[in-house]
Design a protein around this ligand. Sequence first.
Ligand code: APR
Length: 308
Amino acid sequence: MNRKITVVGSGNVGASAAISIADRELADVVLIDILEGVPQGKGLDMLQACPVEKSDSRVVGTNDYADTAGSDIVIITAGIARKPGMSRDDLLNTNFNVMKQVTEQVVKHSPDCIIIPVTNPLDAMCQAVLRLSKFPRERVIGMAGVLDSARMRAFIAAELGVSVENTHAFVLGGHGDTMVPLPRYSTVAGIPITELMDKETIARIVTRTANGGAEIVKLLKTGSAYYAPSSAAVEMAEAILKDKKKILPCSVFLQGEYGIKDLFVGVPVKLGAKGVEQIIEITLTDDERAALMKSAAAVKELTDIIGV
Ligand code: APR
């Protein structure tokens, strides 16, 4: 492989992302954690899965950032996850401190990389990483919208009994309780779901999407979702590595787009080799715009607390 992806954090999300990258033979993978032995053990286990998966990705686990040097992409999953009763926002201060430690090392060893933060509260952590790294905004891209829209797509497909491949879902805003699923722009084979389902059904899907993470936390009791979050992060990494110019909802640093300035909020963007290559602005109704502004205000509350 001549491409390298570092995954910081070898817990549930990080390990799932690493194995998915290796399975798809996207790049060599470096899995790094502060826990001694865990990234090494998981990395070795994944390396031994590669012959079966017909993948020549080289996977290595480490505690030493020197091994991450020259990464093309760094996916940050380090930090604590939610337990029942906690919101993503409850993780703020602990995970901000983790971002400080991680970002410094990432920038030192991979100054040209593209960073995909996954750690929650997502939008505030992205803003912390952007400020700490001093990277241009094109190279810090938060994973949230791909996950939120994947959840909505799964619910739409199940409701209508159609292939998930036929579904597109559109979710704007911060990755929190105030996220803004947009039924008008969510489609099945190009047909807006507003043509295919009644209002009550759509409202139920929208609510379940916004509470999608909490529903899983409640069931797991010991942590939060990781299969869909890691799949979503890897889809973003793939779009970047393959320069696909794929339009995906991501958390990016807005500078006036959608009337929002200097804040990470989820919007549709074009992902390619340079990272964020375009921010796509769509027309919103008054209600949708108000919901987006409310969501942005919730992100701003958090970024103000940690002063980023
Ligand atoms: N540097 C590197 N790794 C760290 C650091 C650090 N400073 N601090 C913690 N970690 C590691 C932990 O040792 C642990 O292995 O991060 C890992 C987190 O793994 P889990 O506890 O399994 O959490 P996970 O479910 O993977 O979620 C991680 O992603 O989706 C978000 O909300 C979620 O913020 C959470 C993050």
